[in-house]
Design a protein around this ligand. Structure first.
Ligand SMILES: [Ca+2]
Length: 233
């Protein structure tokens, strides 16, 4: 059981420990995105989630933040200070809970797709739930082409698809293959990747679509940003 109320708790023994937040005001929330990662949203308030060691007193009464190592981990208008994304002081204040877009944005449609240049595309992120990433690849020979989303970071749930493509008219053709299952379930690099293949022909262009299909609440997602690398061969 957790104490959620705002007033003093009569039964509790007097404590000499300093508390993080003397007011004891519980943080209201609509869903888990409104609370820190060791807290859960129960009956409209953030409380310790009951997993692992209990968080420090009062931690769940403070709003969630986006963790960072450098400023590149933070959205535009935010700086990384003390490993937390905070507003840079200019107005209007930015939402520093959300992830910054990756270097491949805007690649959310096949007409704004990145071009696959023959070497792996590193550091893709699903900076928003539901993000889609398109890449076009030219195929010089007839072959079975393999597409892999690998080096998975922070738990992406991906669907990887290969489409025929008419580059001259920028028209999407038939879907040739699709997967949204990991190669296997062991926690090894050879299992923890998405792989799909298609027969491709010389002198053609194909479109590869990677979709993040995580089901997360609507809101400002401060969770560590899911990511992957993409290669074709
Ligand atoms: Ca995208």
């Amino acid at each position: 059981m957790f104490v959620v109320g705002c007033g003093p708790v009569e039964e509790s023994a007097p404590s000499e420990e300093p508390s993080v937040q003397e007011s004891g005001l519980a943080l209201a929330c609509a869903n888990s995105l409104g609370c820190r990662d060791v807290c859960a949203c129960q009956n409209g308030f953030c409380v310790p989630d009951g997993f692992g060691p209990p968080p420090p007193d009062g931690l769940c009464d403070t709003p969630p933040v986006r963790a960072c190592a450098t400023g590149s981990d933070c959205a535009s208008g935010c700086n990384c200070v003390g490993n937390v994304c905070v507003n840079d002081g200019f107005s209007p204040p930015a939402n520093c809970l959300v992830a910054p877009p990756d270097a491949y944005e805007s690649d959310n449609t096949h007409t704004s797709a990145s071009s696959y240049m023959g070497t792996p595309q590193l550091k893709h992120t699903s900076h928003r739930a539901g993000d889609t990433d398109w890449a076009l690849v030219a195929t010089p020979v007839n072959q079975v082409m393999t597409v892999e989303a690998y080096n998975l970071r922070n738990g992406p749930q991906l669907r990887v698809e290969i489409y025929a493509y008419n580059y001259a008219t920028r028209t999407l053709g038939a879907r040739l293959s699709s997967t949204q299952s990991l190669v296997c379930s062991l926690l090894t690099p050879s299992c923890q990747l998405y792989r799909t293949t298609a027969n491709v022909t010389a002198g053609s262009v194909y479109a590869v679509k990677v979709t993040d299909w995580r089901s997360v609440p609507t809101g400002s997602d401060w969770h560590p940003t899911p990511g992957y690398d993409l290669k074709m061969y």
